[in-house]
Design a protein around this ligand. Structure first.
Ligand code: SAM
Ligand code: SF4
Length: 320
């Protein structure tokens, strides 16, 4: 569907749960989040209804995220149903990778195409620290399992944090020589991270300065928030997600569905449309509500402007 500004909206990101088996410091409060009641959370059937209606409006790319999507009971059945929907060309999942060893093969078997894995450090102690308890070995095993069943291209997403992992940028870039895509993400001042000191926020230009031999990719997708490069001889790509330092809003092609049934036309805005009542009304009403949400997409965000209102929801409750 084309929005009010002429942008083609064809990408739906679905948060299937706001629960998680990690507590990453920039994403989740230390105590976790208050568990919502059954009624507040969309059932898998309701999530599927929203995806189905969105596909009718021209969505052809779906990503499942969270919280941690692999902790949601029934996730395989949901993947299977979405994968068989006519019109879905790309079905992917963003995960912290901990449960991939267990689920990679089943996910592939039910129709998942690829995974993005979030990994901010390759040091065991630092991983334990940033995730408040995670075991890096399990992530490595998960990456291996995803490789073995070709959930490809595998993309590793790294949130770069000044004073924490900015000394690992070159090591991460080297992973592209093993055929993995690596994407550096600018830390966003959302939720937990909204009160973090400025020194933690590292721009992609600063990251690029540490990688002097980058060769730009010429056939980039304009609606992707990432710009891509390669190291000589590497089969994987290096992406830079410039959500803060460079607006990609003009090419934005996405909307988000939260686990509690809110459509978010823009990640960087507090605007939310509760579509739960429409799901319960019927397909026509639901499609109408999604259309209205798409038409309500803002022109652009103002996250790097000082008078901008803070984003209240933690990332874990939005679906990054
Ligand atoms: N649990 C899954 C995972 O970690 O991949 C999916 C959900 S997580 C919210 C999705 C992505 O959002 C992760 O790559 C995470 O690093 C990123 N993220 C969370 N908070 C962020 C922030 N404040 N700035 C930038 N990225 C953030
Ligand atoms: Fe969980 Fe992902 Fe947030 Fe980490 S980034 S707390 S793994 S939702």
């Amino acid at each position: 569907m084309i929005d009010a500004l002429g942008r083609k909206i064809n990408y739906l990101r679905v948060s299937v749960t706001d629960l998680c088996n990690l507590r990453c410091r920039y994403c989740m409060p230390i105590e976790g989040i208050r568990k919502m009641s059954h009624n507040q959370i969309l059932s898998l059937e309701e999530i599927f209804k929203v995806v189905e209606a969105a596909v009718d409006l021209g969505i052809n790319k779906v990503r499942l995220t969270g919280g941690e999507p692999l902790v949601r009971k029934g996730i395989l059945q949901l993947v299977e149903k979405i994968a068989t929907l006519n019109g879905v060309d790309d079905l992917a999942l963003t995960t912290n990778g901990l449960l991939l060893k267990k689920y990679a093969k089943d996910l592939k078997d039910v129709g998942l195409k690829r995974v993005n894995i979030s990994l901010d450090t390759m040091n065991k102690e630092k991983y334990h620290e940033i995730t408040r308890g995670g075991d890096l070995i399990e992530v490595f095993e998960g990456i291996e399992a995803a490789k073995n069943v070709s959930l490809c291209p595998i993309k590793i997403n790294i949130v770069v944090i000044g004073g924490f992992n900015d000394n690992e940028i070159v090591d991460f870039a080297e992973l592209t020589k093993e055929g993995i895509d690596v994407r550096f993400i600018e830390l966003m001042p959302i939720g937990q991270a909204s009160s973090w000191s400025k020194s933690h926020f590292i721009s992609n230009d600063a990251i690029k300065a540490k990688l002097p031999d980058l060769i730009p990719e010429t056939d980039g997708d304009k609606s992707s928030p990432a710009s891509y490069y390669r190291l000589t001889g590497a089969s994987g790509k290096i992406g830079f997600i410039n959500s803060i330092s460079s607006h990609f809003c003009r090419y934005c092609n996405r909307i988000r569905l939260t686990a509690d049934g809110k459509l978010k036309p823009c990640l960087h805005s507090n605007q939310e449309i509760d579509i739960k009542p429409f799901i319960r009304q019927g397909k026509k009403e639901l499609t109408g509500a999604i259309r209205d949400a798409i038409l309500a997409k803002p022109t652009e965000h103002s996250l790097n402007e000082t008078n901008n209102k803070p984003i209240i929801r933690d990332m874990v409750r939005i679906g990054g």
